[in-house]
Design a protein around this ligand. Structure first.
Ligand SMILES: [Ca+2]
Length: 501
């Protein structure tokens, strides 16, 4: 047997070993380094999931399955209750008050300093293959850099984006036609395959069925349950409208709010229209149906993931960009500072680290995802100073016995707190016991979540809570970057600043 033949044999076995390596090596602590990442984004899903018991009727078997196999946060909050600033904060690791990206009309690609390295860019620069599909950044401002591959879809092809043209007329008995005002919902006579999210998930499945010769960062971003809640009828049928449980709403809830709070609530907008239409339960049915459609697609992805060679060396992180109101505070949608608009699902499954079925009560916000992924994969942090910090200790199970408002009632700075901002200088802080809101013009709200989880009683004006407010105010962002002046029509051409390598 000649030398060359032995040499070729040797070479092949080394090659075979290295390609295999990324698929099925059982991890131990050191192997956490460079694990793959499955990054699942959901649009507009509030905390209505089975595992969080957010709504008594919601069906989310796939999210519940993921939560049961990993660690789910029960007090996870967006950095901003609005798509674009929330996602920009998560994917740059910088709060809105740091970047100046506050609204959906703020093009982060222009506003955020070109020195800032986004999450996918950072992982690409650290040897990862970065793959993406669907909604990761806000739809209007997709990231142009940092992706090795990204699924291109013509959204117009999919019916689920098209709201019906026929308008509802007074006295019409079609409870669905076109929804109510801007609240869009309608059961569709289509199959899942005709839905956009089905194909976004299929991209993820196809990538999980491929061999990858280097670690991958696979981002899968679903559009539902963002409006319109136009999903196949079979999901509506799961929720007979007559049994729908509506959110608990306190009629005089706005009476103790500062003017800014009432401005954010917009009681004469969607809520007035919904009440007038008498179709509140159909709207809630539509949202529940959209949630279960979304959950079913995530179930397909998890099935493929668990069957794939990557199931035990891949970090799974699932998040929603913010919550939603369905009448609480006479408010609908997001765009507010209260619990319903800001609380959003966050689930981690980290092989070798998270314990199956862990529930983490510690309040955090989504700016912690970027530094945590760096920490877990052993890659250095990017050059920008990240607003959040790694939550590995929490994922490891030591929630560090944070006593909220310890014995002497003081709230110290080390207390874990989630911070959220909607619009310039409108901030809220959420600790385990308190939500403190301070609006740009100084208006305040304070809620004791342990006694008043529906935030019906604003304590801010009561003298005895002054100290608590002062303590909580220490968590408020100290710097508030002014919002970008809106470009006049002529200057509308965004010149995407070149990224300095
Ligand atoms: Ca959203």
């Amino acid at each position: 047997m000649n030398i060359r033949f032995i040499f070729v044999l040797l070479l092949l076995s080394v090659l075979n070993f290295s390609v295999q390596n990324y698929a099925d090596e059982l991890p131990d602590k050191n192997l956490l380094r460079k694990q793959n990442i499955l990054f699942i984004a959901i649009d507009d899903l509030r905390d209505w999931t089975g595992y969080s018991a957010g709504h008594p009727q919601v069906k989310t078997p796939s999210l519940d399955r993921l939560a049961a196999s990993g660690a789910a946060f029960t007090r996870s909050y967006c950095a901003s209750a609005c798509c674009n600033p929330s996602r920009t904060a998560l994917l740059t690791g910088l709060r809105p008050s740091e970047t100046g990206v506050y609204l959906n009309s703020d093009d982060w690609r222009i506003i955020v300093s070109p020195n800032v390295v986004t999450l996918q860019e950072h992982f690409q620069q650290n040897g990862y293959k970065t793959l993406g599909a669907g909604k990761i950044y806000h739809g209007s401002y997709p990231a142009k850099t940092g992706w090795d591959d990204y699924l291109i879809q013509n959204r117009k092809l999919f019916t689920n984006n098209v709201t019906s043209t026929k308008r509802n007329k007074e006295g019409d008995n079609d409870q669905y036609l076109d929804g109510v005002g801007g609240i869009k919902f309608q059961p569709l006579d289509v199959t899942d395959e005709q839905m956009e999210d089905y194909h976004i998930v299929q991209y993820g499945i196809d990538e999980l069925n491929k061999k990858h010769d280097k670690p991958f960062f696979l981002a899968v971003g679903l559009h539902k349950p963002h409006m319109p809640w136009n999903v196949p009828k079979k999901y509506y049928d799961l929720y007979p409208p007559d049994n729908i449980v509506l959110p608990e709403v306190f009629e005089d809830d706005l009476n103790d709010l500062p003017p800014e709070g009432i401005k954010f609530a917009k009681p004469d907008g969607d809520h007035a229209a919904i009440l007038k239409s008498g179709r509140w339960k159909y709207a809630v049915q539509g949202y529940l149906a959209a949630i279960t459609f979304c959950d079913t697609q995530i179930g397909r992805l998890l099935d493929a993931f668990e069957k794939s060679p990557y199931s035990n060396n891949t970090i799974v992180v699932l998040w929603s960009d913010h919550g939603w109101h369905h009448g609480e505070k006479s408010h609908w949608r997001k765009f507010a500072m209260w619990e319903e608009a800001n609380r959003a699902p966050l689930i981690w499954r980290v092989p070798g680290l998270t314990q199956a079925g862990t529930k983490i009560e510690t309040p955090i916000d989504l700016t912690h995802i970027y530094p945590t992924l760096c920490d877990l994969t052993g890659i250095s942090k990017p050059k920008q100073e990240l607003s959040g910090k790694s939550i590995r200790p929490l994922l490891e199970g030591n929630t560090g016995g944070n006593t909220n408002g310890n014995a002497d009632g003081n709230i110290n700075k080390t207390e874990p707190a989630a911070v959220m901002t909607y619009g310039y200088k409108n901030h809220a802080v959420r600790t385990e016991q308190w939500r403190y809101i301070r609006y740009e013009n100084g208006g305040e709200e304070l809620y004791d979540e342990s006694r008043d989880p529906l935030e019906w009683t604003n304590l801010a004006a009561q003298q005895e809570f002054t100290k608590i407010k002062t303590d909580l105010a220490q968590f408020l962002p100290q710097t508030n970057k002014p919002p970008q002046p809106k470009p006049t029509p002529t200057e509308n051409k965004p010149n995407l600043k070149k990224k300095q390598k």
